[in-house]
Design a binder for this molecule. Structure first.
Ligand SMILES: Cc1ncc(COP(=O)(O)O)c(C=O)c1O
Length: 485
């Protein structure tokens, strides 16, 4: 490992340090080999198959740069963590200041000052709530909310929606509305019931048992970018109140401006009993999440002095995470990023809808702010239908890769499908995108979608080669597995 020389803050003592920048420069080209050898080999195969093994070397704002210095517009934003963009200077400055300080971090038998300040700032955005609890990840926020809901209501049950994604730890996985994630990991938590999204009657039937601790819902579903009907969230809130269940909004992806409001629930005027935040709050640097909740709920959890630590996480509330959260809020406010998300999101939605109107495979373009999905569906014309069927028979949702691969290769735009076996291509850019970025997105999607409707055409001939390569690779792996038995 490369060892560099670093000066101590007082400038006169020099000690060897680990030069991470030199280490990255020296070995970043080995990343796929290292991962295939020591980590998730399947992921490396996916990246190689779809040509996403680009070896990015740096990132700034909404952009990533590959080894040749070519710029890519990132519509994945790390599954939503780069709300304020990558490596924002004000965030970096805040973190550097924490590192340069001698703050009394993680004393444990104390309460951290920065966590109190961030709690105060966050609760300002949800004035009907009065307590905040920090965790290290979105999934942990979900687990925390589940525990609190059981303790507060004395009930066991949970209700979640089909298509829901709340994380992959056991509690959260028990609320996952996609069998693909659950298969092979059971048994999961009992007493968890799934209802269709946007179906108040089904929700009422389940809540009416009066055995449900909480109904948890993403205001806009991350998988497939499903938007609730206008009466859904207010109706769900009323039902929860009627039957004594808590109403939990998972805003881990939608929160902090993503949908053009600070909280997505503001679009529908509801006041849930808990609001879960994460992703953008991290500034993209330090994992962090928050459960915003009501005082009476926390009073039930921590109801006596000997129960003051019945729920805790060693690293939650650490100074770096809290500084990341505080700096992120400063950037969101001072750069008016929530307003930017609303404006650029409305522009993109209108442009992509207009674009989709002329193309038979575009079923719907939907979204809120900068969370946008383009749904594709089986074509009507016979020539396109045969090719679509061939691809879909190999793997449901494969058609979308014929959109995302040329977007990446030809237009340097990184986008992906909105979930397993989904026909929705999702746009989740940093909230800092500009009108020039919108021009880039509109012309790239315009060209690729038009090409995908040309048969014969470059996209479909690439699709058939791609399919053949996928088949060959799976056959080779099957042979390999067979001979190594
Ligand atoms: C809505 C929602 N909830 C929960 C999670 C889980 O967060 P984490 O991956 O940090 O555990 C995610 C992650 O994508 C999410 O989108």
């Amino acid at each position: 490992m490369t060892v560099g020389l670093e000066a101590e803050p007082n400038g006169d003592v020099v000690k060897p340090g680990c030069d991470i920048a030199a280490l990255f420069a020296e070995r970043e080209a080995e990343r796929y080999t290292l991962h295939a050898r020591h980590m998730n080999e399947a992921m490396v195969r996916v990246l190689r198959t779809i040509g996403y093994d680009l070896g990015f070397r740096s990132g700034t704002g909404q952009y990533l740069f590959d080894r040749s210095g070519a710029r890519y517009l990132d519509l994945l934003s790390g599954w939503g963590v780069f709300g304020i963009g990558r490596n924002h200077p004000r965030l970096r400055d805040a973190l550097t200041r924490v590192l340069a300080s001698d703050f009394p971090n993680l004393v444990q038998m104390d309460v951290p000052a920065l966590a109190g300040i961030l709690a105060e700032r966050l609760l300002h955005y949800a004035p009907w709530l009065d307590r905040a609890v920090f965790t290290n990840s979105g999934g942990e926020a979900v687990e925390t909310a589940m525990k609190f809901a059981r303790r507060a209501t004395g009930r066991n049950g949970f209700v979640y929606c089909a298509n829901a994604f709340h994380g992959l730890s056991y509690g959260a996985l028990s609320l996952n509305g996609d069998g693909h994630f659950r298969d092979g990991f059971g048994p999961l938590l009992p007493d968890c019931s799934q209802v269709p999204f946007n179906d108040l009657a089904a929700l009422e039937r389940t809540l009416a048992t009066r055995e449900v601790a909480a109904f948890i819902v993403e205001p806009v579903q991350g998988k497939d970018v499903n938007i609730p009907d206008d009466d859904y969230l207010p109706g769900a809130q009323a039902l929860c109140r009627r039957y004594g269940s808590l109403f939990i909004a998972d805003e881990i992806q939608t929160g902090l401006g993503r949908t053009g409001r600070f909280l997505a629930i503001e679009h529908w005027g509801v006041e849930p009993d808990m609001v879960l935040l994460s992703k953008t709050l991290s500034g993209g640097h330090v994992p962090v999440a928050a459960v915003l909740t009501r005082k009476w709920i926390l009073d039930k959890v921590f109801d006596r002095m000997d129960r003051a630590v019945v729920h805790a996480l060693t690293f939650a509330g650490n100074d770096l995470a809290m500084a990341a959260g505080l700096a992120t809020l400063d950037v969101l406010e001072s750069e008016r990023l929530v307003e930017n998300a609303a404006r650029t999101g409305a522009r993109l939605l209108a442009a992509l809808r207009a674009l989709g109107a002329g193309h038979e495979m575009v079923r719907e373009v939907r979204g809120k702010g900068l969370m946008i999905g383009i749904e594709f569906g089986q074509p009507r014309s016979l020539r396109l239908q045969a090719a679509w069927r061939l691809l879909e028979a190999a793997s449901t949702g494969l058609f979308c890769q014929l959109i995302t691969i040329p977007l990446c290769r030809r237009h340097h735009i990184l986008a992906q499908v909105a979930g397993h076996a989904s026909h929705v291509v999702k746009l989740l850019p940093a909230l800092v995108i500009t009108d020039a970025d919108c021009d880039w997105i509109e012309s790239a999607f315009g060209e690729v979608i038009a090409d995908s409707h040309r048969m014969p055409g470059a996209i479909w001939s690439f699709g058939m080669t791609f399919l053949e390569n996928v088949r060959k690779a799976s056959a080779a792996r099957a042979d390999q597995a067979h001979s190594s038995r």
